[in-house]
Structures are given as C-alpha cells and as structure tokens.
Design a protein around this ligand. Structure first.
Ligand code: UD1
Length: 407
C-alpha cells in the first residue's frame, strides 16, 4: 500500500500541463475492441485506471505498443476469453466491455464491475441498451447472434450507458439513434474516435444518429482532463498560491471557473492557459452537481475543502445522491460538515494535519488537498486510489512547491 506524506501549509505557485482525460481515455481504449485495425491514441494518461484497461484488452488479444504517451492498439486478431474478474472489479470503465465484447464476440459476462464505491451504481440502462441492439440475457451473460440497429431513448443522462450505446451503434450495420444522451466532453471525445474509425455520427442536443458498420483503426489525441485541471487549480487556491493549468478546455471547466469567481477568486483565461488565485473576498456558495454542462460530480469532493477554508457552503449532488462519504475522512482534518435533506453543509473550518486512508479516487484527492493546506505533516494511506486518476502526481505537486513524497 502506498502512502503520500505531505508537509502542508506552503502556497503552491507555477504551471502544470493537463494530462489526458481519464474519462475520455477509458471508453476509447474499450472502443478499440470493435475496430479491426491499429488505432493510434495520443496524450494517453499514465494512470492506474488506464494501465488496468490496457491489461484487460491485452487479455482479449489486443497488442499494445507504447511510446511515451502515444499508444498503438492493434485489435485485428482478438479471441474471446473472460477477462480477469480482479481487473474488472478495479475499474468502473470495465462496464464498457458490455458494448464492446457483445459487438466483437457476441457475448459478455455480467460481472461485478468495479470503480469508486461512493454510491449504488446500477447498470440497468447499460443492459437495456445491449438488449435494444439484439442482445439477450442467458444466465449471467448477454449474448447475441447478430446485432441490429436500435432507437434508444434513455430515461436520464448516463455517461456510461451513452458510451455503451454509441459503441454498439458504431459496431452495428445500419442507422441507430440515441436520445436522452449524456453531453460530457468525454462523450464527444469517444464520438471523435469512432468517426476517425469510420462511423458516421451526427450529434445535436436531442439526438445522436450513428451509421455504423465495419470499422478500421482510429486516430485520436485525448482531450485535457478537466477534473485533474480543477484539482490543481484548487490546490493553488486552498494554499493561498496561484496555479496555472495548460491544455485543459476552458469550456469544459466553465462551471468550475464560474464557481471559483462566485467564491471571490480571480480567474485568468488566456489561450490554453487557465489560472486562479484567491483574494480577500470570500463568499459562502451553494453548489449543485448535475450532468454536464452543470458542475461535475467528480469536482464536488475536490471543492469541499476549499469551501471549508473559505466561508463554508452547501453541496447538493444530484448525480450521485449519496456521494458525501468522503466528508467523514475529511473530518479528521478538522473539516466540519453535516448532511441535511440530501445536501452537505460545509462549515468554515481551520484545517489541521491528519493521517487518513483514501477510500476512493476523488475523496482521496480531497484528503490530499486538506493535507496541502494544513500546516504540518499529513499522511494519506492507500494512495493507489488517487494514482488511479492522477499522472505524475507527486512530481507535479513538487514542481509547484509542495513538500510531498510517496512510498
Ligand atoms: C462516469 C464517470 C465517473 C463520474 C460519472 C458522473 C467514467 C469511467 N466514470 O461514471 O467518474 O463520476 O460519470 O459524471 O467515465 N444510472 C442508472 N442506471 C444505469 C447507469 C447510470 O440509473 O444503468 C444513474 C446513476 O445511478 C447516476 C446517473 O445515472 O445517478 C449518472 O451515472 P453515469 O453517468 O452512468 O456514471 P458513470 O458512467 O458510471
């Protein structure tokens, strides 16, 4: 088990480059399974979840050759097998095997898919999408003899179910439609990849139309990671410094940046550079996490410590209604909060160092942000959870002036 030790209380200054987006890279890696060719994926983040996803597709016969952040993924000759249950249970993105394995092999096991356990994470909409394209459930598998085009209408915006529907549609001969789809930047990134592999896709606010069929290898540069970018901007703000992030899309981060301004911070945007710094002004705010373009659920644990060191505030997560478990961990740092009517009320608090265990990816990062702010030595155990989503974490924090190490 890895432990991050941080000697907090130092203001962070400087610039970091945004890594490739975790949530864009993962669906693209699994989508390569429906192509018959060699895909080139650039700006691939070197993080735990991506390494696990690549291991899973290797088990199915994909040949992956990496040069720095560029990977060539050859999926011309795959053969069916059950990917390791241990790997599947590590990452949530293994749910994308439902669409990709059903398309490529005509079968996929309904496994215990993993990822952060911050809430019940149903897969009914993923299964409905598989059934709509001609899959049927037999025992603990979904199988099909032949997929046919489908017209899907989701009851709510789900990133994962939209991604599975797009993978199935792109792999199926004919025209399919998807309504009620998620609009996250990573959904657009997957569409760009599928287009590069030969699928014809039109997207509007109401409807995605896909003409699918035989796909060749695709070619894509992964977009900048908006959650990583928001995390470093917050690290600058919470320590009273000023951090710039290069290479994240300002539009993707617009709800985070609007919130930082509402809190009283100064935000600077120029070209591909975004930076932020705290001011004397400091307002209590209410945040509602909802599907894109609203404030991202993955950024609400990240922003909670900042609310605490400023004037406090309220968080209401409408994507994952129970996603406040991380606050118990943060209470060890002296962060005072309570849950009321499905909202987390964060009190203005003075943070002190603590030794805690990272329970999940973003909750673990929230703990590290508390450690960066609190004067003295903090330790975050089970740091593998954080490394699932953050590339070169310790190196990047040190480059900003943090006194941090990992062992
Ligand atoms: C993805 C992200 C995750 C992020 C989340 C929300 C990846 C690998 N993971 O997760 O980091 O926190 O988006 O932005 O990209 N739902 C159902 N039935 C389903 C599927 C979802 O009811 O079959 C509900 C969920 O309970 C939740 C909502 O839909 O309330 C949104 O979930 P979804 O967007 O599917 O999240 P994930 O794709 O799992």
């Amino acid at each position: 088990m890895k432990t991050i030790t941080v000697n907090g209380g130092r203001p962070l200054f400087g610039s970091v480059f945004a890594q490739g987006s975790k949530n864009a890279a993962l669906p693209i890696i699994f989508a390569t399974l429906i192509t018959r060719g060699v895909s080139e994926v650039r700006h691939l983040p070197d993080i735990g979840d991506v390494r696990c996803a690549l291991d899973i597709i290797r088990e199915l016969g994909a040949r992956v050759t990496s040069y720095g952040s560029v990977a060539y993924i050859d999926t011309r000759s795959l053969s069916f097998c059950e990917p390791s249950a241990e790997k599947i249970s590590k990452i949530r993105a293994s749910t994308y095997l439902l669409g990709s394995m059903l398309s490529r092999f005509g079968r996929c096991r309904l496994s215990a898919f993993g990822g952060c356990a911050f809430s019940d994470r149903p897969i009914d909409m993923h299964i409905d999408a598989c059934l709509a394209f001609g899959g049927r459930i037999v025992g603990n598998e979904i199988i099909t003899d032949r997929l046919h085009p489908a017209d899907i209408s989701f009851k709510k915006a789900s990133v994962g179910a939209t991604i599975n529907a797009l993978i199935l549609a792109a792999a199926t001969d004919g025209v399919s439609t998807v309504r009620g789809h998620a609009r996250e930047p990573h959904v657009h990134a997957l569409i760009d990849f599928l287009r590069s592999a030969g699928a014809e896709i039109k997207i509007s606010d109401e409807l995605i139309t896909v003409r699918g069929g035989e796909l060749k290898g695709g070619n894509i540069a992964i977009i900048g990671d908006m959650i990583e970018a928001g995390s470093y901007l917050t690290a600058g703000l919470i320590t009273g410094g000023r951090v710039s992030v290069i290479g994240a899309d300002r539009e993707d981060l617009s709800s985070y940046l609007a919130l930082a301004r509402e809190l009283g911070c100064e935000v600077f945007e120029r070209g591909s550079i975004i930076s932020a710094r705290a001011t004397e002004l400091c307002r209590r705010v209410s945040i509602v996490a909802e599907p894109y373009p609203a404030f991202a659920t993955d950024l609400q644990p990240i922003i909670a410590p900042l609310l605490a060191v400023m004037s406090g505030g309220e968080i209401c997560d409408r994507v994952w209604t129970g996603r406040y478990g991380y606050l118990k961990t943060l209470s060890s740092f002296g962060l005072s909060s309570r849950i009321e009517d499905g909202r987390a009320i964060i009190e203005s608090s003075e943070l002190q160092p603590a030794c805690v265990v990272a329970e999940d990816l973003r909750g673990g990062m929230a703990a590290l942000l508390c450690g960066l702010c609190a004067k003295g030595e903090s330790r975050i155990e089970n740091a593998e959870q954080i490394l699932r989503g953050y590339e070169n974490l310790v190196y990047k924090l040190r480059s900003l002036g943090a006194d941090v190490s990992i062992d």
